[in-house]
Design a binder for this molecule. Structure first.
Ligand SMILES: [Cu+2]
Length: 118
């Protein structure tokens, strides 16, 4: 009896967990691509998420290899997409930090790097 009841419960928990994960805005992909190398400093960084974003509370900060802020500070949000302009800031490892509020009122954040140079 005990065994059969746990078999019923596990699929319900899995269903709940998957539904919850799909309801948040997670990073789907980015340009420049996460962990990738580009030849020249990009003019902007664009992130695509798994859910629509609330523009007012969604931000991206980008720093260059020297740790200097190189983003314009004004992220542009359109649906599931968020972009920020960059000033030219040399080669090396760039760090991207993002924080977004999705339309379901949940906040998520994360970071990744990409490389600039030969
Ligand atoms: Cu959510």
């Amino acid at each position: 009896m005990r065994h059969s009841s746990s078999i019923l419960i596990v699929p319900l928990l899995l269903l709940f967990a998957t539904g919850e994960a799909a309801a948040h805005a997670f990073l789907d992909h980015a340009e420049p691509r996460v962990g990738n190398k580009v030849a020249a400093p990009p003019r902007e960084v664009t992130l695509w998420f798994t859910q629509k974003l609330e523009p007012a509370f969604s931000t991206i900060t980008v720093t260059n290899a020297a740790g200097e802020r190189v983003d314009s500070g004004k992220a542009r949000v359109s649906g599931t997409q968020m972009s920020v302009s960059l000033r030219p800031a040399g080669t090396g490892t760039y760090h991207v930090n993002w924080r977004v509020l999705s339309v379901d009122t949940h906040t998520t954040n994360g970071n990744f790097t990409f490389q600039v140079g030969q």
